[in-house]
Ligand binder design. Structure first.
Ligand code: GLU
Length: 390
């Protein structure tokens, strides 16, 4: 079995402060996703910080009243539950987290519902697992649910269903979930709130460390500058935030990483006030719905095909093309017609992925043949070169 793993967002970039790009980039906030990290809304002991939640709710309510559609992705369930119950010694850590999530999610939602209610806003809960994004029908059901909520002025609050998503069924963290949701809901912007001002070149808090104000597709690698230190109760770190942010920006969505412990940070970003944050400038390319879904489907791939250099060149070409059987030199794994399959070159480097039109047996039988039906049609194909979603 191939062990290649596609990472669509490896090569990180610094553009530092690039005034021209900033001037030219006009983020749109008509529909936004806001991700609130555990460390923003919990206190040192993990219990919910009601004052902070209230201030965030106030901030969101201002946007809401201006007609901006908001989808909130909020962490904090596990931490909120942990402060309530200490499971017995014979309860393992996985089960303990399930219990905490089961208790904490109710507390979290009760807080949000109560506080949004004070502003006349009805909030509703949507819990997702990674599996919810695997099947396109499930994905569309989820999308329809959130769309219907927005149409009916119900504010969707999304979290991972931590009580049942364990190990491989888990998202890396809620940053990943927020990326999926903003992409799925065609949001114009995503604001990721954590307890630091943005992405730093070095370790936050040190004198020599500077905040990177804007990042775009063209600049140099940034990974090496980012501290991988995590703080507090949340699962995500800055590296995963950046990787998600860049991937989402490549889909044409502006992403901001900012400090959720600063009052009015959301409205300040929307009103382009001079507050600290890191802005991942949206690419001008707009991916289709299917390609967006596919670009997040790497972990659901059932097998892989190796392609020759001619096929690779064709896929990476500016002009659109499908992957034909003639360009395939090897088929690996067991997959059905319609499953997601990875594409790798002869050196084992990831090229992309897509929805196959053959099952693995048929594909094997037709390796290298000149057949009309593509192995992956262009409309169901994403190529990861330079993060583009062709
Ligand atoms: N879904 C988790 C929670 O609500 C948080 C995951 C994360 O920290 O990103 O506690």
């Amino acid at each position: 079995m191939f062990t290649y793993s596609i990472n669509f967002a490896i090569n990180f970039i610094i553009s530092g402060i690039n005034s021209n790009k900033l001037k030219n980039s006009k983020p749109d906030f008509k529909r936004i996703a806001i991700k609130v990290g555990t460390n923003v809304i919990t206190q040192a002991d993990g219990s919910l910080n009601d004052g902070r939640i209230l201030r965030l709710v106030e901030d969101v309510a201002i946007l809401y009243k201006q007609g901006i559609e908001v989808v909130l992705i909020s962490s904090g369930a596990v931490a909120a539950g942990r402060s309530e119950v200490s499971p017995s010694k014979k309860t393992n850590i996985v089960a303990a987290k399930q219990i905490w999530a089961a208790i904490g999610q109710v507390k979290l939602m009760s807080s949000y519902q109560f506080l949004f209610g004070k502003y006349g806003i009805q909030a509703g809960q949507l819990l997702a697992t990674k599996e919810s994004f695997r099947d396109r029908l499930h994905y569309l059901n989820m999308k329809n649910c959130i769309s219907a909520m927005l149409e009916n002025s119900v504010l969707p609050i999304v979290n991972e269903n931590d009580a049942i998503s364990i190990n491989e069924l888990m998202f890396t963290d809620n940053d990943e979930l927020s990326g999926l949701i903003s992409s799925m809901m065609d949001c114009r912007s995503l604001i990721i709130l954590s307890n630091v001002d943005g992405v730093y070149k070095g370790i936050p808090g040190r004198k020599e460390t500077e905040l990177i104000t804007s990042i775009d597709e063209e600049s140099e690698d940034l990974d090496k500058y980012i501290s991988s230190v995590k703080s507090g109760f949340g699962r995500g770190g800055m590296l995963t935030k950046c990787s998600i942010a860049r991937k989402i920006a490549s889909q044409g969505i502006d992403v901001f990483i900012a400090n959720g412990t600063r009052d009015a940070i959301i409205t300040d970003i929307v009103n382009r006030k001079n507050v600290p944050y890191t802005h991942f400038i949206a690419s001008s390319r707009k991916a289709t719905g299917v390609k967006k879904w596919l670009s997040h489907s790497d972990t659901f791939a059932k097998g892989a095909v190796v392609i020759n250099s001619g096929a690779k060149k064709a896929l990476l070409d500016e002009k659109a093309s499908s992957l034909l059987m003639i360009g395939i030199t090897k088929v690996d794994g067991f997959f059905r017609n319609g499953d997601i399959v990875r594409i790798v070159d002869e050196m084992g480097k990831n090229v992309g992925l897509g929805k196959s039109q053959y099952d693995s047996k048929k594909a094997e039988q037709n390796i290298g043949k000149k057949l009309e039906k593509p192995f992956i049609h262009y409309d169901y194909l994403v190529v990861n070169e330079k993060n583009k979603l062709i």
